[in-house]
Design a protein around this ligand. Structure first.
Ligand code: NAP
Length: 254
């Protein structure tokens, strides 16, 4: 099976990827372009975003730098993005903060980037009919919502919220043939995880629990292609845990 006959092919689809300047979002953009998509990529760091753009297969991709935790950043992206067949929301932040140390400011920062930004961006695009019929909306959530690792309360809560948002959103957009789904990755080797691991040995012990070893951004990107392509045309309100087998052993240790 080749080209347009391949249900995983993204040729003819225009896909927005947030967080495309680093890690998982960057790899989703690269893999979607390899599968034939035309990309709109966004992130805050223009230099790293441009490096992603330079590495994309194909042409006519669009680069939009924007801070999605700010209303003006969201408005700017919606204005620039045009009509889309898919959106992969990969932008996010993580910081280890014990529950006794969380405060309003920490919650605001984490929820603005991880929860409000994908919800408000989706709302802005839908309000202007910028997600085409048959389109796919994909949120990158996190296994942390289930595993509840130490010092991740705010992060885990911000990602759990995406599950509820996605399930309700998917009901509302189904009549337009638009789908909404979540991928919840376990530990994936990215700059975000490198940053968390700098704390020392206990993180390394956690990472080592994954039966298939740590994931690579390519593992999430391949799954994202499924959700953004016609291969998943009958899949919506779905929550896919992608964790190299981590969650079952963690249940045993709990
Ligand atoms: N790595 C893991 O183990 C793991 C596991 C589960 C879930 N996830 C989720 O996967 C997603 C990608 O994570 P990653 O590991 O690839 O992290 P990463 O390498 O740190 O990349 C994060 C991306 O999010 C963007 N971003 C953050 N805040 C933003 C904001 N306010 N406005 C616009 N863009 C913003 C960053 O842009 P700039 O760099 O340009 O600022 C960057 O492109 C996140 O949602 C994360 O929670 C990761």
């Amino acid at each position: 099976m080749t080209g347009q006959d391949d249900p995983f092919c993204l040729t003819g689809k225009r896909i927005l990827v947030t967080g495309a300047s680093s890690g998982i979002g960057k790899q989703i953009a690269l893999t979607c372009a390899q599968m034939g998509a035309q990309l709109v990529i966004t992130g805050r760091n223009l230099e790293r975003l441009q490096a992603t753009a330079d590495a994309l297969c194909g042409s006519s991709h669009l680069v939009v730098a924007a801070d999605l935790a700010l209303p003006e950043g969201l408005d700017h992206l919606v204005e620039q993005a045009g009509v889309l067949d898919g959106v992969a929301h990969a932008a996010g932040i993580s910081k280890l903060v014990p529950f006794r140390q969380i405060n309003q400011k920490h919650l605001d920062v984490i929820f603005s980037a991880n929860t409000y930004a994908p919800m408000l961006l989706t709302k802005g695009l839908l309000a202007k009919k910028q997600i085409a019929p048959g389109g796919s909306i994909l949120f990158i959530a996190a296994l942390a919502s289930h595993s509840g690792a130490l010092a991740t309360s705010a992060y885990a809560a911000s990602k759990s919220a995406l599950l509820g948002a996605m399930r309700s959103l998917a009901l509302e957009v189904a009549k337009q043939g638009i789908r909404a789904n979540c991928i919840a990755p376990g530990y994936v080797q990215t700059p975000m995880l490198d940053g968390l691991g700098q704390g020392g040995g206990s993180m390394d012990e956690l990472f080592a629990l994954t039966p298939l070893g740590m994931g690579e951004p390519e593992d999430v990107a391949s799954t994202a292609v499924f959700y953004l392509s016609d291969a998943s045309r009958w899949v919506t309100r779905n929550y896919f845990i992608l964790d190299g087998g981590l969650s079952t052993p963690m249940d045993i240790y709990a």
